[in-house]
Design a protein around this ligand. Sequence first.
Ligand SMILES: [Zn+2]
Length: 428
Amino acid sequence: MLPLLLISTLPAFTPVSYTHLDVYKRQTSRCCKLVRELGLLALLLATELLRHATAAGRKLRGREPERGGARTMPAPPKPPKTAALAVAPGKAEMMVPPAAAGIGLPLLDLPELALDRVLEELSPASLAAMACVCAPLRDRCSADALWERHLRAKWGHVLGATARKEWEAELGARGTRASATRPARRRSWVESLACAWPFSWIAGRWLKADAATVTPAPAAVAAEPAPAAPPTDTVSAWYRALECGEFWFPAQVYNREDGHVGFVLSCYDAHLRYDRRTNTFTARYPPHGRKPAKEEDGVQWSRVRAPPVSTPAHDLHASDCLEALRPGDHFEIQWRKNKDFPYGWWYGVVGHQGSCNANLCRCHEDDTIVLEFQHYAPGSRWRQTTVSRKDHRETGDETDGFYGGIRKLQTKDEISTWRRFWPVDVLN
Ligand SMILES: [Zn+2]
C-alpha cells in the first residue's frame, strides 16, 4: 500500500490544498515549486508501481483480457467532471493505464479551473511528464495556453513574426510530404517528449504503452484501431520542435563568426537550430554573393535576437527616423559590402558636424546626418559616414560598401545589448 500512501500525501494535488494555491503562490518560492514537482514525480512513480501490481495480480489469477470490446480495465471510481476531461470511452480505456484508472487520480478529480492552475505551475519538463500519464492528461497538458507561456518565457526574445511564418510553412510542407510518402511509423507525442527531457525512466515506460497502442497485436487490430496521430499545429508541437532542434528558425546573430574582426558590432540574419546538450545554437548564414553559406556552432543565447523589423536581408529598410535623429542618438544601419551580399545591421551613434559650435549645436537642423562608429579609430575609413536627412537611399560604393536603411534604437535595453559587444581594442 506504499503507492497509495504516497498518493495520499501529495498535498499539491488535493482539492483541499488547492484552495490555498493562490496564497502559496504569493508566499512561495522555488522551494515549494520543487516540492510540488517532486510530488508529481512521486505520483507517477506510485501509479507505475500500482500498474505493475495490478498486472501481476491479474496474471496470478489467470485472468485474460476480455475480447470483442475494450480491454479489461477497472473503471475509474468517478467519471471526469468536466467536458474537457470527458473523452470517448473506448479511447480513454485504451490509453489510460490500468493503475491510473484503478486508483482514480486525485488530480483528475479537481475542478477544471483548479486543475488548470496546477498545470500552470508546472515547468515544461514536468508538464511533459504529466502528459505521459494518460490520455485525458495528455490532452490537458498539450493546451496552447499552457505552452504559450513557456514559449514566451524561453524563446520569446529570439523568435519573431518571421519565425512563426516559417514554422507554419514547415507544417504545410510536412503535411505535403506525409501525404506523398507515408512514413513507416510516425513519432508519437511521448517519443518527441523523450528527446527533450531526461525523463527516460518515466517516458520510456509510457513510451512502451504508447507504442503498444500504435502497433497493436494482430488479434486486437479489429477491436483497437490505432489512435489518431498527435496534432502538429499546436504550440506544444512548436516548443518541442525548437527544443529538440528539429526546426531551423530565422533570427539574427550579433558578431557573427565570433572573433572575426570584420563583423564586430554587427548583427546578421541567420537560421538557427538549438542544441539542447550544449544549450547553444548552430547558426547557418546565407551565401554572400559567390561565397558559400557558413555555419557557426556554439552560438550563445546572448548573441541571438529576434529581427526587430521584418525587412528581408536583401531589401532596403525604409528609414522612418531621419527627421528625429540628433547627435548622441544610438542607431543601427544596414550595410553590405557589395550589392550581391545581404545587409547586416551595424551599431553607431549620431555625431556632430565638423563646423558645430559645441555651445550652440544646431546639427539636428542640418540636412546631413553624421553617423559615427566609435569602435573604429579616428582616421579609419570605417569611423564615419554621412547620409541625407531628407533624401536618403542606399549610398556608397564597391570600396567602402553600401549603407542602407537606419533605425533609431528606442530603448536602453537595445543600446546596452549592443554595447555588451564593444571590443576590447579599438579597431582600424
Ligand atoms: Zn552639433
